[in-house]
Design a binder for this molecule. Structure first.
Ligand code: SF4
Length: 338
């Protein structure tokens, strides 16, 4: 147990020491990170950076999203402009053809991606959806040079097995928030449905990518619950999104997360998930604003070229930021060994 007095005196290096030993943080320690005052943020980032450097070196894993099927989703996630329940300007189109998905992977590689993630706006994939995603995966893997992730909603064990056999490396399914808050975010499926899909994906042999969204009205304890739950599901990739309120959704009027707080949230995820990919995900540019480059000293992964329905700053600006911070994109086949 770290004395609380240490945490209140800018001594956050104890947290790095624990994380470097892969020791779990207590709730008290996690809460102290979130409740720290803004001037403490740089000290916290420094501690988080020690962990980031030890487990991930100077490498940045760039992910590229492909919005493979957009809009008209049956679910009612309150943050999402692709839900059919809300009137939003988000594009609507059916599942892309295999060739289009393969071309997207080539573009992702050209953008320096370590992983290419095909995403569909659905409750879960139909068998035809799986035919297309699996065939695209086989072709992308045959060409090589990029890892493949799929985010297709809820799975069954059989659907998970098909994806794993086709060569999908990781399956994304976010827990989004705490079990307590979840029913106020989504009513069409449950938190337990989501946990179960991560189990099916893991049992089928895929890595688990699972994270959440900060800024949906949660308390500090909700952030801590989410952060700790992601350890329990065995996530090897944790996207930390910050709500970018979408017009027409129930969350349209919510404020952006304050940037120093967002950096402390990201640092907490780094301390709790020291050796997994912690990604500064959706909402990066609009949330962190002038502090944006600092996310790279905590997270070892970002998306480039946008977030399904919103644009990012683009690959050129992202690569310039990575280089300016003394870091480098990680390539498939030359992964950093801690
Ligand atoms: S399941 Fe996915 S696409 Fe559908 S409303 Fe929820 S977040 Fe949006």
């Amino acid at each position: 147990m770290i004395p609380t007095s240490s945490l209140r005196n800018s001594n956050w290096e104890w947290l790095a020491d624990k994380a470097l030993q892969k020791e779990a943080l207590t709730r008290e320690e996690a809460r102290a990170v979130l409740e720290a005052q803004a001037p403490e943020t740089l000290s916290i980032i420094h501690a988080a950076y020690r962990v980031r450097r030890a487990f991930h070196g100077n490498k940045v894993r760039i992910h590229v999203l492909q919005n493979a099927k957009s809009g008209a989703c049956s679910e009612d996630c309150g943050f999402c402009s692709q839900s059919s329940k809300y009137q939003t300007p988000a594009a609507q189109y059916p599942l892309m053809e295999v060739e289009t998905l393969v071309q997207g992977a080539r573009r992702a590689k050209a953008a320096g991606a370590w992983k290419y993630c095909m995403v569909t706006a659905t409750r879960g994939p139909s068998n035809r959806d799986l035919d297309v995603i699996c065939e695209a995966t086989r072709r992308i893997k045959a060409e090589g040079g990029v890892k493949v992730c799929a985010s297709l909603g809820l799975l069954t064990p059989e659907k998970a097995r098909r994806l794993a056999e086709a060569g999908v490396d990781r399956f994304n399914h976010n827990l989004e928030t705490s079990p307590r808050l979840y029913p106020r975010i989504v009513s069409t499926h449950t938190y337990e449905d989501r946990v179960q899909t991560t189990r099916y994906a893991k049992e089928a042999g895929m890595e688990i990518c699972s994270g959440g969204i900060i800024g949906m009205g949660e308390e500090r304890d909700d952030v801590i619950d989410l952060c700790f739950a992601l350890r329990e599901v065995g996530a090897t990739s944790v996207p930390v999104n910050f709500l970018d309120p979408r017009p027409g959704t129930p969350f349209a009027g919510r404020p952006l997360v304050e940037p120093c707080y967002a950096l402390r949230v990201l640092s907490l995820f780094r301390f709790v998930h020291p050796d997994v990919d912690v990604r500064a995900a959706g909402g990066r540019e609009v949330t962190f604003r002038s502090l944006q480059p600092l996310v790279l000293y905590v997270a070892n992964s970002i998306f480039t070229n946008g977030y399904l329905t919103t644009p990012g700053q683009g690959e050129n600006a992202d690569h310039r930021m990575i280089k300016d911070m003394g870091l480098a994109p990680e390539m498939v086949g030359s992964e950093f060994q801690a």
